[in-house]
Design a binder for this molecule. Sequence first.
Ligand code: NAP
Length: 286
Amino acid sequence: MGKILIVGAGGQLGQCLKTVAERRAITDIVFPAEADANILDQTGLTSLLQKEKPAFVINCAAYTAVDKAEDEVELAKAVNETGAANLALACASNNAVLVHVSTDFVFEGNLVKLLTEDDEANPINVYGQTKLDGEKAVIALLNEHFIIRTSWLYSEYANNFVKTMLKLGAERDELNIIADQVGTPTYAIDLANAIFDIILSDSKAYGVYHYSNEGVTSWFDFAKAIFDISETDVKANPIPGSAYPTKAIRPAFSVMDKSKIKNTFGIAIPYWRDSLIACIKKLNEK
Ligand SMILES: NC(=O)c1ccc[n+]([C@@H]2O[C@H](COP(=O)([O-])OP(=O)(O)OC[C@H]3O[C@@H](n4cnc5c(N)ncnc54)[C@H](OP(=O)(O)O)[C@@H]3O)[C@@H](O)[C@H]2O)c1
C-alpha cells in the first residue's frame, strides 16, 4: 500500500483519520503540522513529498467557513482551488495518488433527486464554487486522483452541527431549526474508514465519488434526533430557511447517490441515525 500523508491533519476529518488509523493499526502514515504542509506553499509541499515519499496523500485542508467565504472570496479561492492545484502538482511530480475531499455544495440543489457523480454541478455560493474549481484543478493536473464529495460532516472533533446543538440544547428551552433544507449527515469517522478502504483496495478506479451516510433528513429532523438520542430536553421548532437568512445561500436538496462508491469498492455505508448514536456515545465517554 505504501506510506500515507495527511494534509489538513488538524481539522475535523484529519483528526478522524488519525483515530481510525490507530483503530485499524495503519502505521505507515504521517500527519504533518499545518506549518509543514501549507497547501498555499507549492515549494514547501513538493519538498515535503520528496522527503516523505508517500504513495497516497489525503487532502483534508480546506477553507470551510461557508458564510465567511462570501466576504473572503480570494482566500477561499486560494485554499480550495490554488491549494488543491498545488497539491495535485506536488503529487504528480512525486508519483503519489491524491485523495481529495469535496462537497455536495457543488450542486445547486433545486431538484428533488439523488445526485450522481454525472449530474451537472452548479454551485450557488462562493464556497461551493471554489470547491468545484478545486476538483477541476485536480482532474486537470493529476490522473491518479480520488475526489470524494461528502455532506454535513460531524464527529466528536472540532466544531460541527451536532456539538452546536448539544451545547445550545443544554443552554436554552427552545430552538428554531431550518426544516426546508434536506440532505444527509456524514459521521466523519465513517468517511475516514471509507477513505482507508479505498486506499487499502489498491484500486486504480480513479475519479469522482459521492460519500455520505445512508438516508435523508432535514436540519430540523437531524436536530430532533440529536436531542432524542442525547435525552436533551429542549423544544425544537421547524422554521423555513427564509426565516434565518445567512450570507451564503445553501442548496435546498443535496442528497447524493452513493451507488458508485459502494459498487466500485464494496463499501457498506451506515444509516445516518445509527452513526449519530455512535458519535453521541463517544461524546458521552469524553
Ligand atoms: N464540515 C462539513 O460539513 C463539510 C461538508 C462537506 C464537505 N466538507 C469537506 O470535507 C473536508 C474536511 O472538512 P473538515 O470538516 O475536516 O474541515 P475543517 O475542520 O475546517 O478542517 C480544515 C483544515 O484545513 C486547514 N487549513 C486551512 N488552510 C490551510 C492551508 N493553507 N494549508 C493547510 N491546511 C489548511 C484548517 O486549518 P485552520 O483551522 O488553521 O484554518 C483545518 O485544520 C473539506 O474538504 C471540506 O470542504 C466538509
